[in-house]
Design a protein around this ligand. Structure first.
Ligand SMILES: NC(=O)c1ccc[n+]([C@@H]2O[C@H](COP(=O)([O-])OP(=O)(O)OC[C@H]3O[C@@H](n4cnc5c(N)ncnc54)[C@H](O)[C@@H]3O)[C@@H](O)[C@H]2O)c1
Ligand SMILES: [Zn+2]
Length: 349
């Protein structure tokens, strides 16, 4: 299966399916015929995986970076750029990111800034990477003050989403990806009853197609792209509060699932939708095996404060919500309404 991300002069295909990683060589020849060196950015543990069997034998250099989020640091960027300089990497060469969202974000940022831009191919190997991170051109590293604060828009020339690589993924990372898939399923208005008969490849395809359509219409997040933040207002707040204690407490997609369950309730509380929308959200989440329970140890007032942390003065909040004319970004929601809906969602009143 193929999905095109259509961008004037910079369109590219996302290939989806079992074994598509083996297209790397042909994609290099087709999209980068003048390349001399292909620099594979990945982490040591991934190099050991059985599916790491698709790299051309010649004109390849491996750059190993720390695992997961530890790759997304400016120190790592500096040392990788020094490594590229020592190799005499030129503007005609290609960066290939192989890994989860952290590695594709990092490899993308290297490709965006080294020599002011190299061509980039992404081979995402987590579900989050395949349905979200590797598509759309957002690249970044973190600062200690916050995630993704240093970044650039830099589109790849191709993305290879091979579901065979997901066989070695751990269950929590799989769930995290399903949180984003559930978001896409709901944004597409699909019925929960179709989930059991939909294959993983079809779920990836549906999510990629939605993201590709939105990115093609709004590359730099001026409008429509914000819809992809459905479920994320609450998710970011509970993630921020949870991660303060333990990094492993809550995966991003698990938080998104909770945010989706709440967004339906908030839309209902604000008279934007009827109760069947809430019921469909719950059904979708449970069929994907996702929980929408807010972690008990978090205090409702703290969550609401975290949701409004950058808008304190205005005492209002922004959510993507379902409504009579579909999904839209709704600003100016009163903090009191959000608190009431959250207390009810948590069974506190
Ligand atoms: N650019 C974007 O638009 C965008 C969108 C969503 C998320 N992101 C970013 O993506 C990152 C999260 O990505 P993630 O959830 O993929 O986590 P991750 O990249 O941290 O990977 C999680 C773990 O899975 C391991 N792993 C990767 N592939 C594997 C495989 N096939 N088998 C076994 N283990 C494997 C990794 O080594 C890592 O330890 C965050 O940094 C987030 O900011 C970016
Ligand atoms: Zn997300």
């Amino acid at each position: 299966m193929k999905v095109e991300v259509a961008l004037a002069g910079r369109s590219y295909d996302v290939s989806i399916g079992a074994g598509v990683r083996h297209q790397l060589h042909s994609v290099l020849e087709e999209r980068c015929p003048d390349y001399q060196l292909c620099v594979i950015v990945t982490s040591p543990s991934l190099l050991e995986e059985p599916w790491f069997d698709f790299v051309p034998e010649q004109n390849v250099h491996f750059v190993e970076v720390p695992e997961g989020e530890d790759a997304k640091r400016l120190e790592v960027l500096e040392s990788v750029c020094e490594e590229l300089a020592a190799l005499n990497v030129s503007r005609s060469d290609v960066i290939v990111g192989v890994g989860g969202g952290a590695i594709t974000d990092f490899a993308g940022f290297v490709a965006a800034v080294y020599l002011r831009g190299l061509r980039l191919i992404q081979v995402p190997t987590t579900l989050v990477g395949q349905v979200d991170a590797a598509i759309g051109g957002k690249t970044a590293v973190n600062l200690s003050s916050g995630k993704n604060l240093v970044g650039a828009f830099h589109q790849p020339v191709a993305v290879l989403c091979d579901d065979e690589t997901l066989a070695t993924l751990d269950l929590r990372d799989r769930h995290s990806g399903l949180g984003e898939v559930a978001k896409c399923w709901l944004l597409e208005g699909r019925d929960a009853s179709e989930i059991p008969s939909t294959s993983l490849e079809q779920l990836i395809h549906l999510s990629v197609a939605l993201k590709a359509r939105i990115v093609s219409a709004d590359e730099f997040e001026g409008g429509q792209r914000a819809l992809l933040n459905y479920g994320h207002t609450l998710a970011h707040a509970i993630e921020a509060l949870s991660l303060r204690r333990s990094r492993d407490e809550l995966r991003h997609g698990e938080a998104v699932a909770i945010g989706l369950g709440f967004a339906a309730r908030l839309a209902y509380a604000l008279d934007r939708v009827d109760h069947s929308v809430v019921a469909n959200h719950d059904d979708v989440l449970s069929r994907f095996g996702l929980s929408s329970a807010v972690p008990k140890e978090l205090v409702t007032a703290d969550i609401v404060a975290a949701m409004g942390h950058d808008k304190k003065a205005r005492h209002d909040l922004t959510f993507v919500l379902a409504g009579p004319s579909g999904f839209e970004t709704v600003t100016g929601i009163d903090e009191r309404d959000v608190t009431d809906a959250l207390e009810e969602f948590r069974g506190e009143k």
